[in-house]
Design a protein around this ligand. Structure first.
Ligand SMILES: Cc1cc2nc3c(=O)[nH]c(=O)nc-3n(C[C@H](O)[C@H](O)[C@H](O)COP(=O)(O)O)c2cc1C
Length: 398
């Protein structure tokens, strides 16, 4: 039963998969208590309410706008902040805004990654609209934008136009199964070249999408990625931003289904006995901090290949395009049974990261390009869907 309970933890961004053995020593007594009869409790720990949007998508809303939006809110986005806010004008017209208290000022100082997440949202919106026979006309930053910071201006005006000639996108079938997969990837399985090629070709054309699977690039990206994870984890304000967004246990996750969710009975017990808390995870001297690094290491070390997305300009429109192409690559991989996890740390624009940012650009960007996304790909184990706020909470009626 303990083993089953532990399997549940895989949806968390920061679970102690590797550190489990060490951790079990610490809470040996507690595991005996669980084994002795807490099976009923264990079975109730999945944050089902926070996962409802994944089962409600496409089923609850009759109008084409809400129907497409019910899929769009499942888009990948940094730290699962779900910054989208939709001003609904009618069943076919809406304006997308960014909710400005959902930014990540420490790790994403220019809101570049938040913008990429909004691009993912718009791409899924368009794919879902096409599925029900609508063409999504998306006008990006209609009132202009600021390259240093997002502001109250619209991210996009969206109009749905009924169009019987609209081609459906085969990636639609992957929207509900897409995940960010933070498990150890099986390096004994090679990814077929044809699958790598399909991911390489999945973009819309405005972004350079490249799959890298030569041994040298993989080794270099693993090393840079790990160094960057260490820099971020050991820079208190940067790590503190993530720790502040942690939701530990079912109650916290269901109350605020965003941020970094640490769920499952294993982590709930660890939290209840005071071992895994926001304080211990922020404290470099704690066991929980050390075990979280143990957990992260194999996530850097196992990759069948990496994917990078690079743009010639680094403006808001190219960041939206990068998001649209990132989610297309993620959906394409999903169709092929291949897992994906972004590794964004080395691409982040803050002082402590400068050297690694320079290194990764020198090695993998072409002249003048900005690397917008880096992700590892491979064969992970299945993970449950990440929490989402219900669609109604993301809509403001205009
Ligand atoms: C721009 C961007 C950067 C991201 N960076 C990371 C990252 O560095 N590490 C990671 O594990 N996930 C990263 N993610 C994935 C998000 O954390 C994930 O999409 C979110 O938690 C929701 O989970 P889901 O993709 O499974 O729906 C990133 C996603 C985006 C769009």
């Amino acid at each position: 039963m303990w083993i089953n309970a532990a399997v549940d933890i895989q949806g968390s961004e920061l679970v102690m998969q590797r550190g489990r053995r060490k951790f079990l020593k610490v809470i040996g007594g507690t595991s005996v208590i669980l084994a002795a009869g807490a099976g009923g409790w264990v079975a109730t720990r999945a944050p089902e309410r926070a996962r409802l949007p994944w089962t409600e998508a496409g089923r609850v809303y009759a109008d084409p706008m809400r129907n497409a939006l019910s899929y769009a809110i499942l888009a990948p986005n940094p730290h699962n902040r779900q910054p989208w806010l939709v001003d609904l004008k009618s069943d076919t017209e809406a304006t997308l805004f960014c909710q400005l208290n959902r930014l990540l000022p420490e790790t994403d100082p220019f809101n570049r990654q938040i913008t990429i997440g909004l691009g993912c949202f718009l791409e899924i919106f368009g794919i879902a609209a096409a599925e029900s026979g609508y063409r999504a006309e998306i006008d990006i930053f209609p009132e202009g934008s600021n390259a240093r910071t997002l502001d109250a201006r619209a991210i996009a005006h969206i109009r749905l136009v009924e169009d019987t000639t609209q081609k459906k996108d085969p990636l639609f079938t992957a929207i509900l199964n897409r995940r960010t997969n933070r498990t150890v990837f099986d390096e004994t399985r090679n990814i077929a070249q044809s699958d790598l090629d399909a991911i390489d070709r999945s973009g819309r054309g405005a972004v350079r999408v490249s799959v890298l699977n030569d041994a040298r690039s993989i080794a270099s990206l693993k090393e840079i990625g790990w160094q960057a994870s260490l820099v971020e984890t050991k820079t208190p304000e940067k790590h503190g931003e993530s720790v502040g967004l942690m939701r530990i246990g079912k109650d916290e996750i269901e109350k605020a289904p965003d941020g970094i969710s640490l769920g499952g009975p294993f982590l709930e017990v660890a939290n209840r006995i005071g071992y895994v808390t926001r304080e211990s995870l922020a404290d470099p001297a704690s066991g929980a901090f050390a075990e979280s690094l143990d957990y992260m290491r194999p996530l850097n070390e196992t990759a069948g290949a990496f994917i990078i997305l690079a743009t010639a300009e680094n403006n808001r429109v190219s960041q939206i395009e990068a998001g649209r192409d990132y989610v297309r690559a993620n959906l394409t991989a999903t169709v092929l049974g291949i897992s994906m996890q972004p590794h964004s740390q080395a691409l982040q624009e803050y002082n402590e990261m400068k050297d690694l940012y320079r290194r990764i650009h020198a090695a993998f960007a072409e002249e003048g390009e900005t690397l917008q996304m880096l992700a590892r790909i491979g064969y992970g184990t299945a993970v449950p869907p990440a929490p989402r706020w219900a669609l109604d909470t993301r809509i403001v009626a205009g």
